[in-house]
Design a protein around this ligand. Structure first.
Ligand code: MOS
Length: 754
């Protein structure tokens, strides 16, 4: 099948190609599995030194002593960077001139704001010498009692949450809605702190050449990183060259350049030699963000028929003492369920931790597990099947905005997912199913949703005299497959075979592709590429249709079709000309054009834009030991146009696995006395390993959304985690009859119910 991509501008030239929609294997796969894909820490410029962070072991107070002499006299140590000995910065790292400018600890003073905060940097000829030097610093502190946890202090209503949403949203009178209900439930759910644990920790190799800086470092947002670095060091952004072709995972913690990365650049400045700085795993638990814990209260009312009369979702979260990031957990209740009364409210307390940050499906992940658990509890209050209850209360227009959805194939997700799972055989009551070995079996479900976002991006496209194409964009591949999916869009955009297009990406001197976040990267970068390709084809068409010597002469009004490196008259496809011939006759070496992507404000004003899905899970629980195994999951997702089904499946698998992790595994445990994360490692911070991952089945439901963007792309990076965590939790209840509301669900919750 050859999908047709229509240009948005007149004359309506068409481009045909067959790259979009193909399940291409990721183009960088061989490089990665053979170890030839260079990650930031793989770089060793000549004369490079190693920098190692010394980090605070206390969470609040100040550093009173560092044994700098001991560190400096260790063989191989070149220098020790401290608040008293560091290169100057052009900007205050505590300044915050926009909400996404997060404050950093760049040795500006001796204060300690959280455990694992960088307090010095040791620079040495070898990694071993730098590590030993850092240990020899043996810091002393003046310590204050840290404020830890959701009850650490006075709570307050943040000025905004997430990316700037209001903290409190109220539609109708909750008390009246609850009073009008035939049944109500009230329940409190708690989610723990979670830490980003990409396989690749933050790492940087930095080289200065006078006022020019060249760095290798993972980034989900190259242009923002470039301008932040330029500001801090007082140099022009174009003097900052960042290479970030591959990221070993991001999950949001590489969206903004972090303090430790800047410290690596400062270290290189200080010693005037290239420097490499790589965080150790435990150093990831502090200075580079995390998902904050939440306590969420759901109050839901429904009339005698089971139709919602009120939905209230209140969430409490934490932020740091020195900066603002507020996990927007309650916002999850804005979109899915039709209730005439909705109230969401968020409050926060300040704790002595690093600043929380965006972490895969921020707000949606935390909020969804509470909302989907509560909806399940409500269905049970009516003794109704939870799928039927959801379908009955499904919103036809987005309840909080009153806008119709730009498209919504959720019902298909429910029906097809349930059918694939075999949901109709589910007994209504818990503790009804067991296997031959006596394990309790439970089936649960959750609804998935995530906003379909798009940011502003830019791309450049070229067709060269040999008829081949080049597409350039500073996009980010953090493992999701951007190198591949965007190359597919690039090839279709130029009417070329994918192997005839050179796709250049992953560096800051390429056009700004925005940020790889918010599940918006394929749409953002993809539309910019698509539009750049359209502009190049329009130029080629102009060259041909205005030239009497071309067989396309005069076809300007009819338009052309671009396919396989040729332009065809739309009204007479027997007349065509190759790109190479058009350029040769015009005496041009290449045709080049730029394209941008940006949301359409008119469409945004008119429609609510989301991807949707339904996730079904089966668990088996040992009735004596309480051990839980997820044995089977089915996820059905409608997420607009699928650029590459193989990569999309991987993304959805990853999200669903994180859902399992959220429900059953992940938790950062903080020592209340010291304020330190006690399991700051990958042995005790549990994430699912292969043995924990069930058989997973993914259905992508075809969906054509004409409003979301010209390619109909919605994004799949985060939706998989929403719905999945709730599905597992609800399956545990169905297996055992025990409703656990504090996550992750533990063995002891089932053996000795709270
Ligand atoms: Mo993601 S948390 O939007 O990088």
């Amino acid at each position: 099948m050859t999908p047709e991509i229509r240009l948005t501008e007149a004359p309506a030239h068409l481009r045909h190609s067959s790259n979009i929609g193909q399940p291409f294997t990721r183009r960088d796969g061989i490089l990665k599995v053979t170890g030839k894909a260079p990650y930031a820490a793989d770089h060793h410029p000549p004369r490079m030194l190693f920098a190692v962070l010394a980090v605070s072991t206390v969470a609040r107070g100040r550093v009173t002593f560092l044994d700098i002499d001991a560190a400096k006299s260790h063989p191989g140590v070149v220098d020790v960077m401290t608040p008293a000995h560091k290169p100057p910065l052009a900007e205050d790292p505590d300044a915050k001139t926009n909400p996404f400018m997060f404050r950093m600890e760049l040795l500006q003073n001796d204060s300690v704001r959280y455990a694992n905060q960088p307090i010095a940097v040791v620079i040495a000829e070898t990694l071993e010498a730098a590590t030993e030097g850092a240990a020899l610093l043996a810091p002393k502190y003046e310590t204050l009692t840290p404020r830890i946890g959701l009850d650490a202090g006075e709570s307050f209503i943040p000025p905004s949450v997430g990316v700037g949403h209001p903290a409190v949203v109220e539609q109708g009178d909750v008390e009246a809605g609850l009073a009008a209900a035939a049944r109500t439930i009230e329940a409190i759910y708690e989610t723990p702190a979670q830490y980003h644990n990409p396989m690749e920790p933050h790492a940087i190799t930095a080289t200065w050449d006078r006022d020019k800086l060249s760095i290798d470092t993972p980034s989900q947002g190259l242009a923002m990183a470039q301008s932040r670095i330029a500001g801090l060091f007082g140099i022009a952004p174009e003097n900052v060259h960042i290479r970030s072709p591959f990221l070993g995972g991001g999950f949001g913690c590489k969206g903004f350049i972090s303090g430790p990365q800047i410290l690596g650049i400062m270290a290189a400045r200080l010693v005037n030699r290239p420097v490499k700085l790589v965080l150790r795993r435990e150093q990831m638990y502090g200075p580079v963000g995390y998902r904050s814990p939440t306590r969420q209260r759901l109050r839901i009312g429904a009339d005698a028929a089971g139709l919602l009369t009120a939905l209230e979702h209140s969430a409490k979260t934490v932020s740091s003492t020195f900066d603002d990031f507020f996990e927007p957990a309650a916002d999850a209740s804005h979109t899915l369920y039709a209730s005439p009364v909705i109230r969401t409210a968020q409050e926060a307390v300040r704790v002595d931790s690093g600043t929380p940050l965006f972490m895969r499906a921020p707000g949606e992940a935390t909020g969804s597990i509470a909302l989907e658990s509560a909806i399940d509890e409500m269905a049970w209050a009516f003794r109704m099947d939870p799928l039927e209850f959801r379908i009955m209360n499904d919103a036809e227009v987005e309840p909080i905005s009153g806008k119709p959805f730009s498209s919504k194939a959720l019902h298909d997700c429910y029906v097809r997912g349930a059918e694939r799972f075999g949901w109709e055989r589910r007994p209504l009551s818990p503790r009804q199913m067991h296997d031959d070995a006596g394990f309790l079996i439970g089936w649960g479900m959750g609804t998935a949703t995530f906003p379909a976002l798009m940011f502003q991006g830019n791309a450049r496209a070229v067709v060269r005299a040999d008829g081949r194409g080049v597409v350039e964009i500073g996009a980010h591949d953090m493992g999701q497959g951007a190198w591949t999916a965007l190359a597919q869009i690039a090839a279709d955009g130029l009417g070329l075979d994918i192997d005839s297009v050179e796709f250049r990406s992953g560096a800051s001197d390429l056009p700004d592709a925005g940020i790889a976040g918010g599940s918006a990267h394929t749409a953002t970068a993809g539309l910019a590429i698509h539009n750049a390709g359209a502009a190049v084809i329009a130029k080629l068409a102009d060259l041909a249709t205005r030239d009497e010597r071309s067989s396309l002469f005069g076809a300007g009004n009819a338009g052309v079709i671009a396919r396989d490196g040729r332009l065809f008259r739309r009204d007479d496809e027997t007349r065509s000309e190759s790109y190479a011939d058009i350029l040769a006759r015009a005496g041009l070496a290449e045709v080049e054009a730029s394209g941008t992507s940006a949301v359409d404000p008119a469409a945004q004003a008119e429609y609510a834009m989301h991807a949707h899905g339904a996730v079904f899970a089966e668990v088996k629980v040992d009735p004596d030991l309480g051990q839980i195994r997820v044995t089977r999951m089915v996820g059905a997702f409608a997420a607009g146009r699928i650029i590459n089904p193989k990569l999309v499946r991987s993304q959805l698998f990853g999200g669903m696995i994180w859902g399992v992790s959220f429900a059953l595994h992940e938790e950062a445990v903080v020592d209340r006395r010291s304020g330190r994360v006690m399991n700051a490692n990958l042995a005790e911070y549990h994430v699912p390993v292969n043995a924990d991952v069930p058989s997973m089945d993914i259905l992508t439901i075809e969906e054509h959304d004409p409003h979301v963007n010209a390619l109909g792309i919605k994004g799949v990076g985060e939706i998989g985690i929403t719905g999945s965590a709730g599905a597992v939790a609800n399956a545990v209840w169905h297996a055992t009859g025990v409703r656990v509301r504090r996550f992750p669900i533990r063995i002891d919750d089932l053996v000795t119910p709270r």
